[in-house]
Ligand binder design. Structure first.
Ligand code: DGY
Length: 321
């Protein structure tokens, strides 16, 4: 029998990450990369010391209470931890870690792609070309929204939000933000701080969400808040679908209050929202904000670093519970 800790890796990770994990742990892989049902997840957890899950594995309180005593750490392959009931895991004495920092560039890239794709009607143009339906051109054809020099509003000025702001500055955008705490001047870099979301929204030609899902932020973008945006704003969400009341977004997109939206995250994943997909003025991706080769390696290595620290008897760097 191996004396290495037993580790369940719930999804297919990069070859380099799986090779390092296999070197240092007695690993159980999910070779088919199929999503486990809650019962399958629980069953697989019964015989391991550690789990390295993604945001697709839900550790609700019901699951957590059934976890075995031997399971000591959940080292997430994600920065978001809303799939984990941290209170229940804390009560059970399970350590939880995440992977901050390493996905900030990749996620801000997708946010920028979504902003530009939505503003410049990229999905409409692409669909037209693929259908062989481009049969007309005029200066009035497919006119979109220019983002250069406009006001970029950011909710959640953590690591990803700060990179997004930096990219926006490259487009001469004026940065406005709301964050629970105002940033220090060296991080703020001239951005305008708003003390609450309501104050921020009227200043957002583009609004991009970069905050975690908490009981306070769930459903935060509702009818009343979409109404506070300037007419014709662009809305971007790469954070979590739960932040948005999708019916309110559909209403805002249908009325033109929001000119276009770029979305990487949805209330229902996988799958998205068929009612959103019916709208022309939307540019969507299937939750791939951090899906670059570089970042997937970095996320996997960071999760393994946390496991290594834990099993060496140290505090993992990215402990969240
Ligand atoms: C994250 O890290 O939270 C991303 O959404 C991918 O899981």
């Amino acid at each position: 029998m191996s004396d290495k800790p037993t580790l369940l890796i719930t999804r297919k990770l990069s070859d380099a990450v799986e090779a390092r994990a296999a070197r240092d742990y007695d690993v159980r892989l999910n070779l088919e990369d199929q999503l486990f049902s809650p019962q399958e997840l629980l069953d697989k957890c019964q015989t391991v010391d550690a789990v390295l899950p993604c945001h697709s594995e839900i550790f609700s309180r019901d699951v957590v209470v059934e976890l075995p005593r031997r399971l000591k750490i959940i080292a997430n392959h994600s920065v978001g931890t809303d799939h984990c009931d941290l209170a229940a895991l804390g009560e059970k004495g399970v350590v939880v870690t995440n992977t901050p920092d390493v996905l900030s560039d990749a996620t801000a890239e997708i946010a920028f792609l979504l902003m530009l794709g939505a503003a410049r009607r990229a999905s409409e143009g692409d669909r037209m070309m693929r259908a062989g339906a481009w049969d007309f051109w005029s200066p009035a054809f497919m006119v979109g929204t220019q983002t250069t020099g406009k006001r970029l509003g950011i909710i959640g000025m953590g690591r990803v939000g700060q990179v997004m702001a930096q990219r926006g500055r490259g487009f001469d955008m004026e940065i406005h933000y709301y964050n629970r705490k105002r940033l220090a001047p060296d991080k703020e870099q001239g951005a305008t701080y708003h003390e609450n979301v309501e104050d921020l929204l009227p200043h957002c030609d583009v609004l991009s969400l970069h905050c975690p899902t908490t009981p306070e932020t769930t459903g935060m973008m509702n009818n009343a808040r979409f109404d506070l945006l300037p007419d014709g704003a662009i809305f971007v969400n790469t954070a979590r679908g739960a932040l948005v009341d999708e019916n309110a977004l559909i209403k805002a997109l249908s009325s033109g209050k929001v000119a276009a939206a770029g979305l990487d995250v949805f209330q229902t994943e996988p799958g998205g929202n068929p009612k959103l997909s019916k709208l022309e003025n939307i540019f969507q991706q299937p939750h791939i904000g951090s899906a670059t080769f570089d970042t997937r390696n970095a996320m996997g290595f960071r999760a393994l670093d946390n496991l290594d620290a834990f099993f060496a008897g140290n505090k993992p760097k990215d402990r969240v519970a």
